[in-house]
Design a binder for this molecule. Structure first.
Ligand SMILES: NC(=O)c1ccc[n+]([C@@H]2O[C@H](COP(=O)([O-])OP(=O)(O)OC[C@H]3O[C@@H](n4cnc5c(N)ncnc54)[C@H](OP(=O)(O)O)[C@@H]3O)[C@@H](O)[C@H]2O)c1
Length: 246
């Protein structure tokens, strides 16, 4: 029998996270979404199935306060299948090192890495009795290939990949983890790339062209493929994967 899962997802308000949240709810899973803003269009979801929390994952004090509460433990209590989707991510600051805003560097690293590691730690501790627990880090091809102007983003995604490799070696009981590059998706993050100056990001024309050629994947299609893989038996076989290969 397929158990419905309890799913904590970050960055559920827009883009890939919103598409994942809508489809998970449609399949009957229970979802706790964490973003700064609420998700649009999900207000009709039953209250016992969908909860949203407004939290700035880039603020260490707010994040600590959340982790010191019992919210994560309560949400996963008695779940037969527990899932953490670390999806929230920031692309900026974009540009050459030496001219970046250090506050933005710290915020990005906190959202993209610090919050992911702290949430994973909390999740693993809170789900010790759950027979099937899974963590997905939404990584990027940028964690595996270097791009001038994306030093902060590339470093943060490479950190997620390496974290998944380390956790795999710790063999937490019943836990599977995978850091997945989802491919290039038509979201606000891609619009942000196309709005960058060539000085900040010399590779921008490649991304302009992908949009012009209709080569960006729809968030709904990526979400469908990701959920199928996430709930499948092969999930976690390799710590670092690319969704385009599955
Ligand atoms: N789009 C692509 O082509 C692509 C390619 C490879 C990997 N990815 C990865 O896929 C994931 C989703 O990307 P996307 O394209 O859907 O991005 P997006 O459209 O920019 O959405 C980002 C999500 O992260 C949340 N978020 C950002 N900062 C936050 C903060 N400080 N606290 C809490 N939540 C925060 C946003 O919610 P609020 O603004 O409401 O807080 C939003 O829901 C990211 O990890 C990204 O790196 C994307």
């Amino acid at each position: 029998m397929q158990h419905m899962a309890n799913v904590l997802i970050t960055g559920h308000s827009r883009g890939l996270g919103a598409a994942l949240t809508a489809q998970l709810l449609g399949e009957g899973h229970r979802v706790l979404g964490i973003s700064r803003m609420p998700a649009l269009g999900l207000g009709h979801a039953p209250r016992d199935q969908f909860h949203e929390l407004s939290l700035n994952l880039g603020q260490p004090s707010a994040l600590s306060q959340f982790l010191n509460s019992s919210i994560v433990t309560d949400f996963f209590k008695n779940a037969q299948k527990s899932i953490l989707i670390n999806n929230a991510g920031l692309l900026g600051p974009i540009g050459a090192f030496g001219g970046l805003d250090h506050e933005q560097i710290l915020q990005s690293i906190t959202v993209n890495v610090g919050a992911v590691l702290a949430l994973s730690n909390q999740f693993i501790g809170a789900t010790l009795r759950c027979p099937d627990r899974r963590i997905v880090h939404i990584s990027s091809g940028a964690g595996r290939s270097a791009y001038a102007g994306w030093g902060v983003y590339c470093a943060s995604k490479a950190a997620l990949d390496h974290h998944a490799r380390c956790l795999t070696l710790e063999h937490p009981l019943g836990l599977r983890i995978e850091s997945i590059a989802p491919g290039i998706i038509d979201t606000g993050m891609q619009a942000q790339i196309r709005a960058t100056s060539l000085d900040q990001f010399p590779m921008r024309p490649k991304f302009d062209q992908l949009k012009e050629n209709g080569a960006l994947a729809a968030p709904e299609a990526v979400a469908r493929k990701l959920i199928k893989h996430l709930l499948g038996d092969q999930f976690g076989t390799e710590p670092c994967t690319d969704l385009r290969d599955s």
